[in-house]
Design a protein around this ligand. Structure first.
Ligand code: NAD
Length: 252
């Protein structure tokens, strides 16, 4: 079953890891896909990967270099998007970074950068996209938070605050616009094997896996399948929720 035929989707941070996999799964399910990223080479590679799996040659696949932390850049990119597409069905706010440090050693830059990319980006994209979705009386907004936003984690006060903030933002926005036919939800991934976690040694990954009830790290595809559910009509009565996709990590 191709769940997204005729749908138009924007995935921020779609040039690698979880975002790229979400873009691929959306394209496999018939959607036109645009990705936002910050690296031209990675964006070109991502487009080739997405083109390989799209269902029909007529499906559009494109990318823009956009810093999601910058309100003006996002506004201009969305203006271009809406001059090309008259509407957007699905927005996935996936772009994210870490700048880990213990609070006592954390710099103001480490705090500001993480909050800007992970949280302010939702203000930047959703403010514009939600106006258009309200007009269309339809839409799906999916924000990629983290289990760390639910549980906290040492060395990540900036990241945890941004990811909790995404949950609060999403619930508040769901209160505002669900009556207009728009669903706003979060996914809280657990420990997922992506470039973001690639710096950890195999030994550390093994130790982490041992603490997860399913005894394995998650894959980007695990997250993309949850995003597909939240992007499709199968979740039309689901809004303001946080779907943990973490192999049971939040049980620990
Ligand atoms: P990744 O580093 O592979 O991907 C991050 C993406 O965000 C990249 O495409 C990057 O270009 C983009 N990006 C970074 N800064 C940006 C900016 N200023 N503007 C536009 N794009 C920007 O990491 P990932 O693991 O795929 O992470 C994707 C999301 O999932 C992030 O929000 C992350 O916090 C979240 N997450 C990841 C894990 C994990 O274990 N990997 C766990 C929980 C949540």
């Amino acid at each position: 079953m191709e769940l997204l035929v005729g749908k138009k989707a924007l995935v921020t941070g779609g040039t690698s890891g979880i975002g790229l996999e979400i873009a691929k799964v959306f394209a496999e399910n018939g959607a036109d896909v645009m990705i936002f990223g910050t690296n031209a080479q990675r964006a070109e590679h991502a487009i080739r990967e997405i083109e390989k799996v799209r269902k029909a040659g007529s499906q559009e696949v494109s990318s823009e270099l956009v810093n999601v932390a910058c309100c003006k850049e996002v506004e201009e990119a969305l203006l271009r998007l809406f001059s090309r597409w008259d509407h957007l069905d699905i927005l996935v706010n996936n772009a994210g970074i870490t700048r880990d440090n213990l609070l006592m050693k954390m710099s103001e830059e480490e705090w500001d950068e993480v909050l800007a990319v992970n949280l302010k980006s939702l203000f930047n994209t959703c403010r514009i996209v939600s106006r258009q979705m309200v007009k269309a009386k339809a839409g799906k907004i999916i924000n990629i938070s983290s289990v760390v936003g639910l549980t906290g984690n040492a060395g990540q006060v900036n990241y945890a605050a941004s990811k909790s903030g995404m949950i609060g933002f999403s619930k508040a926005l769901a209160h505002e616009i669900s009556r207009k036919g728009i669903c706003v939800n979060c996914i809280a991934p657990g420990f997922i094997d992506t470039p973001m976690t690639a710096t950890l040694s195999d030994k550390v990954k093994q130790e982490l896996a041992e603490k997860i009830p399913t005894k394995r790290l998650g894959t980007s595809r695990d997250i993309a399948h949850a995003a597909l559910f939240l992007a499709s009509h199968l979740s039309d009565y689901v809004t303001g929720q946080v779907l943990a996709v973490d192999g049971g990590m939040v049980l620990c």
